[in-house]
Design a protein around this ligand. Sequence first.
Ligand code: ADP
Length: 155
Amino acid sequence: MAAYPGTFDPITLGHVDVVQRGLKLFDSVIIGVAENVQKKPHFPLETRLQMVSSVFATESRVKVSPFCGLLVDFAKQSNSCAILRGLRAASDFEYEFQMATMNRRLNTSIETVFVMAREEYTFVSSSFIREIHNMGGDVADLLPAGILEHLQKNR
Ligand code: ADP
């Protein structure tokens, strides 16, 4: 099992791609939807959980859970041997490097594993999608089925 944490505000096809790559490496993936109050998410935790769960409703190897507190504790409680993260551009690296190093200090038995999503998704982030959508841009082909409706409701 690998734990894939994130804010998923909202879930994008970039996230889905990361999960699919994780499933090639691990028997299952538990997606930890972070409460992340300090990031002031656009969607409430309940909605973000609902969106992520609906995307993976038919994938028995994917579990979805809310989480707050230390990521290494979430990983340990879910019996995960690894933390799964995605890397887009070099700009992701500094933060991810800092987080992976800190998590290794906190728990040496949990490895952080990075995967790269398809090139088409390297520029995709939840915040960018929300911004483009709010300005009237078409983001439908960057979102899993059913997520655009949430954006339209929550404009
Ligand atoms: P966080 O607030 O923890 O960064 P996000 O939901 O923004 O939460 O992202 C969760 C993880 O998914 C991060 O590792 C991020 O780099 C990765 N990720 C998000 N979008 C993409 C994408 N388009 N391609 C690859 N990785 C991605």
